[in-house]
Design a protein. Structure first.
Length: 464
């Protein structure tokens, strides 16, 4: 077999391949065997029909077609290996010549990874938020913990802000009660904003047994996005009571004996959280600066596929789980369809560019991924997916996604190398010395977030 490579542009090549006919022998034999099992000819047992009879009855062309279809992937892969190409996606194959008993010639156009030169990145400088824990931060943290131990007591009075009401709901659209528009015994905290728009004003001032009707746009169910006439009946009003902030609360809510110890632990936890956020911010900003230094041609077909994947995941997975459609999401975000298309394409470009640049860095720095590093990353991914480590690992293996996880870890290590070489200062002008463990974790998470076709953060903000 002979092959030659023609560079069409920095991200696409055309392979021209010439195959001597004798190299098709195994595929021709396989073609005759396959056809033998599929057809019957009077006078011959199934599977024992001679090749000349198959040619006479069904045509030599059918055999050649079957043989070529079987052989092309093998010859294409061999040509790719010989040319040492790093191909992306499926090739566009064109058979240019097929002479029975003589030769098979074909071309294959395919996208390839561009050659990338990594410039000197040691001069990168970025600014990040300082790690500062304020009294307000501590108070908020303790208050959130306090909320977890709230108790409720039924009261015989009108409902007010902060009360917990038990309600029955009935939703009508165009005067008809929806099949899924009835819910009884729903518990709702007035002012939380966790149910329907307009319900707060409707229930405030009602006592148990009282009811009101209001109009609200439905967030889920069969009539998502439609205006509904909602009747709400209050069956119980309960007052919320928070525990006193004292040593007894500290002993109830934690392993500490005093409120002072609990607050001191909150300071420690908040500082660790902000330090991780600072490391993530450093990773993101260093990555942005690195990408500015490198020119990366993007394969158009790859970009199209990635853009479509991001749009599909947002529209059919994330938004669907929140009871939103794309039109409602864009309305909440205040974006036009054109702005959304441009934004999604830009995000796809950044994701592809990030992968190409960091992969080039992995090669340049000769970075490897250990089993422990892969396991640690798998555990974090499992936790964020809501699956157990064993379930997540099984899904990864069955889906053939182990190389994807290895790539994420390797690219995270590459980004950590760049961050280590960069100058990172906080908003107070202090040089930031990032913790190595936090840096590695944040780097892998940053790479995953940039590369993934995931609009979850924006979608969750829209839902809220």
């Amino acid at each position: 077999m002979k092959s030659a490579v023609e560079t069409l542009n920095p991200t696409r090549v055309r392979l021209t391949v010439e195959v001597p006919f004798e190299e098709l022998k195994d595929s021709l034999d396989a073609a005759y065997k396959k056809i033998n099992q599929q057809v019957t000819v009077k006078g011959f047992r199934k599977g024992k029909i001679p090749a000349r009879v198959i040619d006479q009855r069904f045509g030599r062309g059918a055999v050649l077609e079957e043989a070529v279809n079987d052989a092309l992937p093998k010859f294409y892969s061999e040509a790719v290996r010989e040319a040492e190409l790093n191909v992306l996606g499926q090739p566009e194959v064109d058979i240019t010549e097929l002479k029975d008993g003589d030769t098979l010639n074909f071309t294959a156009e395919v996208d390839i990874r561009p050659e990338i030169e990594i410039p000197d990145y040691s001069g990168i400088e970025v600014e990040v938020d300082a790690v500062e824990v304020t009294d307000e931060d501590i108070d908020k943290s303790v208050e959130q913990l306090r909320e977890r131990f709230v108790t409720t007591t039924p009261v015989e009075r009108a409902a007010a802000d902060g009360d917990v009401v038990t309600v029955d709901l009935t939703a009508k659209v165009d005067g008809e009660v929806l099949a899924d528009g009835v819910a009884d015994g729903v518990s709702y905290t007035i002012g939380s904003g966790e149910l329907l728009d307009g319900i707060d004003d409707a229930v405030k001032g009602l006592e148990a047994g009282g009811e009101a009707t209001f109009t609200s746009q439905l967030k889920g169910g069969s009539a998502t996005g439609k205006d509904a006439e909602v009747t709400v009946k209050v069956t119980q009003v309960a007052a919320r009571e928070l525990p006193a902030l004292d040593d007894d609360f500290a002993q109830l809510a934690s392993e500490f004996d005093t409120l002072e110890e609990l607050r001191a632990d909150s300071v420690k936890r908040l500082r660790n959280m902000k330090a991780y956020d600072q490391a993530t911010q450093a990773q993101e900003r260093v990555l942005d600066e690195l990408l500015k230094l490198v020119e990366v041609p993007i394969p158009e077909k790859l970009l199209e596929d990635e853009t479509n994947t991001r749009k599909h995941n947002l529209e059919h997975h994330q938004l669907g789980q929140m009871g939103l459609d794309l039109a409602k999401y864009l309305e909440i975000q205040g974006k036009t369809a054109e702005e959304f298309e441009t934004e999604t394409r830009d995000q796809a470009i950044k994701g592809i560019k990030t992968q190409f640049v960091l992969d080039a860095l992995v090669s340049k720095e000769k970075l490897n991924v250990s089993q422990d590093e892969l396991t640690e990353h798998l555990m974090r991914r499992a936790a964020s997916s809501g699956m157990s480590p064993d379930q997540f690992a099984q899904a990864v293996v069955e889906g053939g996604q182990v190389p994807m996880l290895v790539g994420e870890v390797a690219r995270g290590k590459a980004l950590a190398v760049v961050v280590e070489a960069a100058k990172v200062v906080d908003t107070n002008g202090e040089v930031v010395d990032l913790d190595e463990e936090e840096e590695a974790e944040a780097a892998a998470d940053t790479v995953e977030a940039v590369e993934s076709a995931d609009e979850a953060a924006d979608a969750e903000k829209a839902d809220k």
